[in-house]
Structures are given as structure tokens and as C-alpha cells.
Design a protein around this ligand. Sequence first.
Ligand SMILES: N[C@@H](CCC(=O)N[C@@H](CS)C(=O)NCC(=O)O)C(=O)O
Length: 218
Amino acid sequence: MIRLHHVPWSRSFRVLWLLTEMGIEPELIRYRIGDREMRSPEMLALSPAGRVPALEIDGITLFESSAILHYLCETRPEHGFGRAPGDPERVRFLELLSFAETMASLIEQLNLNHIFLRPPAKPSPVVIKLNTARLRATLAALDRMVAGDYLLEGGFSAADTMMGFNLFAAPYYVKLDPWPGLQAYWQRLEARPGFQKAAATEGPQDFYDRAFYPVPEG
Ligand SMILES: N[C@@H](CCC(=O)N[C@@H](CS)C(=O)NCC(=O)O)C(=O)O
């Protein structure tokens, strides 16, 4: 039994996508952000902060998307999606997995300000402006890191699935127009059969209600 605790088009997409690339179809336990079940004792036993993803696999449970991707790569090395110690791409692989969370934490802040805050709470234009600029800087950095078709010259890896969620979400806040190479990379990711299959499992996103959220005046 492989069971993924999942919010569609959230960070748990990273895990769904890598599993799909490996030909593994997990049982999905779906939540929506804000669901009480995400803070239930059962969920907290799987993921102590009540976050997704959490993965039940091989008789154990893991949380944190990066740790899950590492585990999947190390226990299923035949797919070649990881970079083991000693591999010349190991260091860059590790950097990218963590860097994806540097970027995702900015997306999370923007989601909070643009989407989750409800009156009387007010989004802060200053915080939005700052986080948008910081997100832009991480995208410019990512653009410089694309090495050939993927993030690692050796080919598609879990670093790409880690960035998949980011590149789905970031363009709602920062347009990718200044970086044609990054856009082409994202199109290559989206064109992969594994991505298409995982995206079909997700269905259309219903989280963002417009195509772009500009920085508000103020
Ligand atoms: N660093 C964690 C972050 C997990 C995380 O924050 N997931 C979000 C969805 S993208 C979540 O579960 N949010 C629920 C909440 O904040 O209540 C990871 O990469 O797995």
C-alpha cells in the first residue's frame, strides 16, 4: 500500500509526479487547505505540523517533500531520478532540492497575502512587494541553473519534480517573460508523459481565481 496525503496542485504534487514517473499509482487521500482533517490527531501522527505531503510507503511514514523525494530516489534507484553520494551532480542535486523550498516559502507568503487573508485582516502591499521581488530573484537564479533540457545535465531528476510545483505557482505572481530559457524548461516539464498523467489526476486547479495577481498599489 502506498498512500499519499495530498492537496491537489500543492507541494504534494512533487511527490505525486515523481511516483507517476516511477510508474507507481498511490492511493490519494485528498484535503483542501484549511480542512480540519489536516489537524486531526491521525494526520498529526503522520505529519507533525499537519502539512502535506505525507507518504505512507514500505511500512513507514514520511513528511517533507524533499525528504520524500530523496527516499524514493534512494529506495528505487533503478529509475535514475536521484544522484547518489559520489555522483558529480550530487551537490547541485542537494542544492536544488533545498532551493526549491526557498522559492516555495515565498510563494506561500504570497498565497497567504493574496488568497487566504479575509477581512478584517488586510494584505500588506509592502510585504507583497518585497516577497514578489524576492520570488523574482529566485526565478532569475533558477533560469541560470537550467543545464540542458533539465536542471541537471545528466537528465531528468527529482530536482525537476521538486521545481514543478514552484513553476506551476510562481507565474501567478511573477511573469516568466524575461526568461525564455526558463519558460522553455517549464514547457519541457509539462510535456513529459509523467507530468501529463499526474496533472490529469489533479484535474484543473481551483485555487487561483485569476491568471495573474499584480502587486497592489500602496
Ligand atoms: N516544507 C514542507 C512544506 C509543506 C507545506 O507547507 N505544505 C502546504 C501545502 S503546499 C500545507 O500543507 N499547508 C497547510 C497549512 O499550512 O495548513 C514540504 O516541502 O513538504
